[in-house]
Design a binder for this molecule. Structure first.
Ligand SMILES: *[C@@H]1O[C@H](CO)[C@@H](O)[C@H](O)[C@H]1NC(C)=O
Ligand SMILES: *[C@@H]1O[C@H](CO)[C@@H](O)[C@H](O)[C@H]1NC(C)=O
Ligand SMILES: *[C@@H]1O[C@H](CO)[C@@H](O)[C@H](O)[C@H]1NC(C)=O
Ligand SMILES: *[C@@H]1O[C@H](CO)[C@@H](O)[C@H](O)[C@H]1NC(C)=O
Ligand SMILES: *[C@@H]1O[C@H](CO)[C@@H](O)[C@H](O)[C@H]1NC(C)=O
Ligand SMILES: *[C@@H]1O[C@H](CO)[C@@H](O)[C@H](O)[C@H]1NC(C)=O
Ligand SMILES: *[C@@H]1O[C@H](CO)[C@@H](O)[C@H](O)[C@H]1NC(C)=O
Ligand SMILES: *[C@@H]1O[C@H](CO)[C@@H](O)[C@H](O)[C@H]1NC(C)=O
Ligand SMILES: *[C@@H]1O[C@H](CO)[C@@H](O)[C@H](O)[C@H]1NC(C)=O
Ligand SMILES: *[C@@H]1O[C@H](CO)[C@@H](O)[C@H](O)[C@H]1NC(C)=O
Ligand SMILES: *[C@@H]1O[C@H](CO)[C@@H](O)[C@H](O)[C@H]1NC(C)=O
Ligand SMILES: *[C@@H]1O[C@H](CO)[C@@H](O)[C@H](O)[C@H]1NC(C)=O
Length: 704
């Protein structure tokens, strides 16, 4: 267990009361510094920073109160599933009365994958939400019993849309579809939300430009992530006069739905990456945004900053310069924009919209000014971890800017990591995978594989994650076709825990992958608009995904979910498993068997290590980031893959092999395959003109 740090109660009061009164602006502003800066007695804290040796006191207090709410709702859920082996009310009361026991905590985790992931996740959570019509009769209404919910990229869009619309329900969003100011109007692209109403489109771009200019004028770095976050905010917060321009992530602290603990604790994930560097799962730094903090559990950073005051120039955690404190950099749209930077480049497709004339030129020159080689990076300047006494990463501590990128760039596309913290005490994670790993845009389980592997790397804190098989087993054994449980028995995890050097039993993971129960929900990650019918069908299919087709496949599924939720508590309390849960576990737990393709049956999009070879299929993040030129190898050769999406979201791809690479062949591929949004991916192998090709294609993208 981690040692809990002690912050005097006064600190929390001070931070709750201190005033950043949101102006009507997107720009951060100067505010009064919080009193706790002067606190000399605080352990493991300097100024705005604290060591990542546990959750914050604020989160701890909040979660204690949330436990009271989830406890009652969990009782309700469990009694509705009629477990016969265990009196669940009695069991939970026993847990509650036992001071050395702890209540079961449930976490939900939603993957990235653009609007596809957003809509699938919406349906998936609707299946868990008793506010959804039908959820009580053919769903799993356990949202009220949930402690944490995490999202990244497209998963952060869905999560922020619910949270910052006063924890609205997906049912409400569906009911209001088609009305004025409806949330998630995706009939038009974000680039021209009013379609051919060019006057309104022009006003929209003016509005965005004014916001971004105001931030720049206040002295802050701006990037493509700013208009990206603003554009998304127009789709997510249409009911607010300013479309969320002045709404900060930390403002949630003051919202009644949060202060009365009627919603779970939201967490958004982003990765750290300096320009020109590549990250993979074994050397990424996973950052999280939560209503209190921005930071990372990883040894590289090992600290958290008070998110409200991020934007204050800091040196070693203390305000530097003239000592002023700033607030407002944590604009909600900028936060989920940061979690989804992979998509920023799509702003460069203005040419494919209805915009024309002056409106077009104005938007274009605005975006061209922001355009640079590192469009998939969100610069957070000033860097809150500048000269931090914590963490081992010199490159982060010495930089003026904290560089954050799409949370899926390290291939851990489900934001599981924050839920593995022992201090969060999560017993079961429902992991919803809406990734496009296969050529047909279905998940392959690879995200779990990457998270599993990462626990053994130096980049990871001592958080353990249950055994999972390779993706060949996921696919061949149908583990993506039905809900599958991992880490069912703590007794089987002891040697794993030893290897990771922890005594904390990792959560049981209930993995559920996107499947076409009622709709072909494998739309392209780069599909930028959905008509209402498709949108609603995606959401409805998501409901079927999280409920195992509306509970029609197995009537015992809710019982089995209950077994998964209670498993760790039962293990801790020494309660024997009954026949019911044993049967469930034999039906749903991965049995440890693995499958490996032999050479003859290896599908052509599959590598021998059991990973999908998706370099052709989609320009995934690791390919795109190679566009950043500064750290490019002096001499390399490359395969260039240029792909584009058409209106229906289909990807057309063309490939050039290393031998035929030349500037003109790249540009001819680029223009021929481009119809409605192009992306370029580079598979670096062996070409001397790699750097110039990158420059060429980037400038080509900027031209269209
Ligand atoms: C939780 O509920 C109990 C019993 O109703 C109450 O005594 C306690 O103060 C509550 N805890 C919090 C943190 O609200
Ligand atoms: C549980 O039992 C109640 C009362 O006997 C019944 O109404 C309900 O349908 C049962 N629920 C399930 C999921 O079997
Ligand atoms: C209380 O909880 C502890 C640890 O979870 C467990 O070992 C113990 O048996 C429990 N006591 C009772 C009376 O259930
Ligand atoms: C599954 O339940 C949802 C929510 O109640 C409903 O919209 C959908 O039509 C159901 N699907 C089927 C196939 O009945
Ligand atoms: C629905 O869930 C909420 C908690 O999210 C709970 O307060 C409420 O009582 C539940 N309603 C029903 C009808 O079960
Ligand atoms: C937020 O939702 C709650 C109920 O969930 C409601 O009481 C409150 O008035 C809402 N607040 C706003 C600002 O709409
Ligand atoms: C991460 O690992 C990859 C592959 O080994 C390497 O190319 C890259 O430079 C590493 N990045 C960092 C930041 O260490
Ligand atoms: C996977 O599902 C397919 C189609 O339903 C079935 O034919 C196959 O036997 C299943 N494989 C395993 C290992 O269960
Ligand atoms: C394992 O963790 C313990 C306590 O957290 C620490 O004292 C010890 O040095 C660690 N061992 C290794 C091999 O890292
Ligand atoms: C895990 O442990 C259980 C009982 O403790 C055993 O029945 C099962 O075979 C084990 N599963 C795996 C995958 O090792
Ligand atoms: C990936 O696919 C491409 C094109 O089919 C092939 O040339 C390349 O060798 C594959 N890479 C791996 C690692 O299998
Ligand atoms: C897109 O831009 C190019 C170059 O600026 C121009 O030649 C072309 O006509 C534009 N296409 C459309 C559809 O506006």
């Amino acid at each position: 267990m981690m040692v809990k740090q002690l912050i005097p109660a006064a600190v929390m009061l001070a931070s709750a009361a201190s005033a950043w009164s949101p102006t009507d602006s997107y720009a951060p502003g100067i505010v009064e510094c919080p009193d706790y800066l002067d606190d000399k007695d605080a352990d493991n804290r300097v100024g705005f920073l604290r060591q990542a040796d546990g959750i914050s006191d604020e989160e701890h207090e909040w979660m204690q109160a949330r436990d009271n709410v989830t406890f009652d709702n969990l009782k309700l859920f469990l009694s509705s599933v009629n477990l016969t082996d265990l009196d669940t009310d009695d069991f939970l009361d026993k847990v509650r009365k036992n001071s050395s026991a702890r209540a079961p905590r449930i976490g939900l985790s939603f993957s990235g994958g653009g609007y596809r992931a957003m809509l699938c996740a919406a349906g998936e959570i609707a299946g868990l939400d008793n506010r959804t019509v039908g959820a009580s009769s053919h769903g799993l209404p356990l949202l009220g019993a949930t402690s944490y919910v995490s999202g990244l990229s497209g998963g952060s869009w869905f999560l922020s849309s619910l949270v910052f619309n006063n924890w609205t329900s997906v049912q409400d969003i569906i009911d209001q579809n088609g009305q004025d100011n409806a949330i998630w109007d995706l009939e038009h692209k974000m680039l021209d939300p009013y379609g051919i109403n060019i006057v309104k489109d022009a006003k929209y771009w003016d509005h965005i430009k004014d916001a971004v200019d105001a931030k720049r004028d206040a002295g802050f770095n701006v990037s493509m992530t700013d208009p990206w976050g603003r554009g998304l905010s127009h789709q997510f917060f249409p009911g607010l006069d300013d479309f969320g321009e002045s709404m900060t992530f930390t403002s949630l602290r003051d919202w009644e739905v949060f202060t009365n603990h009627s919603m779970p604790f939201p967490i958004i994930v982003s990765d750290g990456r300096t320009p020109g560097r590549k990250i993979i799962n074994s050397n990424s730094t996973v950052f999280e945004f939560n209503p209190y903090e921005l930071g990372s559990w990883d040894p590289y950073v090992d600290s958290f900053a008070d998110l409200k005051y991020v934007g204050t120039p800091m040196d070693g955690g203390k305000p530097s310069g003239n000592g002023s404190c700033w607030a407002g950099l944590d604009n909600t749209g900028f936060v989920f924009g940061t979690s989804s930077t992979l998509f920023n480049q799509f702003l460069l497709q203005l040419n494919t919209t209805s915009l024309s004339g002056l409106a077009y030129s104005a938007a274009k020159s605005f975006l061209t000014d922001l355009d640079n080689d590192n469009n998939d990076i969100a610069p957070w300047t000033p860097n809150p971890f500048y000269n931090s006494p914590y963490g081992s990463s010199k490159s982060i501590k010495s930089a003026d800017t904290l560089y954050l990128v799409d949370g899926g760039e390290d291939q851990q596309n489900i934001p599981l990591y924050p839920l593995l913290s022992d201090d969060r005490e999560v017993d079961v994670i429902f992991a919803y995978d809406n990734s496009a790993d296969t050529n047909q845009n279905w998940p392959s389980g690879s995200s779990l594989v990457y998270t599993y592997e990462r626990q053994f790397s130096n980049a990871s804190a001592n958080f353990s994650f249950p055994y999972v098989p390779g993706v060949d087993t996921f696919l061949h054994n149908n583990l993506t076709a039905r809900p599958t449980f991992f880490g069912c028995y703590a007794s089987n995890l002891t040697s794993l825990m030893k290897e990771v050097n922890t005594t904390y039993v990792p959560p049981l993971v209930v993995y559920t992958a996107n499947r076409p129960w009622t709709f072909e929900s494998n739309t392209s990650t780069f599909k930028l608009k959905y008509d209402d019918d498709d949108k609603l069908s995606m959401i409805q299919n998501g409901f079927a995904v999280s409920t195992y087709n509306n509970l029609t496949i197995d009537e015992d599924f809710p019982k089995c979910v209950a077994c998964a939720i209670l498993q760790r508590s039962k293990e801790r309390m020494g309660v024997e498993m009954g026949a019911e849960c044993k049967k469930c576990f034999s039906d749903y737990c991965w049995d440890g068997s693995t499958y490996t393709y032999d050479n003859d049956s290896l599908p052509n999009d599959f590598t021998k290590t059991g990973r999908f070879n998706n370099t052709i299929d989609e320009p995934n993040s690791s390919e795109i980031l190679k566009m950043s030129g500064s750290d490019a190898p002096a001499s390399a050769t490359a395969d260039v893959i240029v792909s584009s999406t058409d209106d229906s979201g289909k990807i057309a791809a063309s490939t050039l092999s290393a031998s035929s690479v030349s500037s003109s062949s790249v540009s001819s591929i680029a223009s021929s395959s481009h119809s409605n949004g192009a992306a370029a991916a580079f598979n670096v192998g062996t070409s001397s003109n790699w750097v110039s090709m990158v420059t060429l294609v980037m400038s080509w993208l900027a031209l269209v």
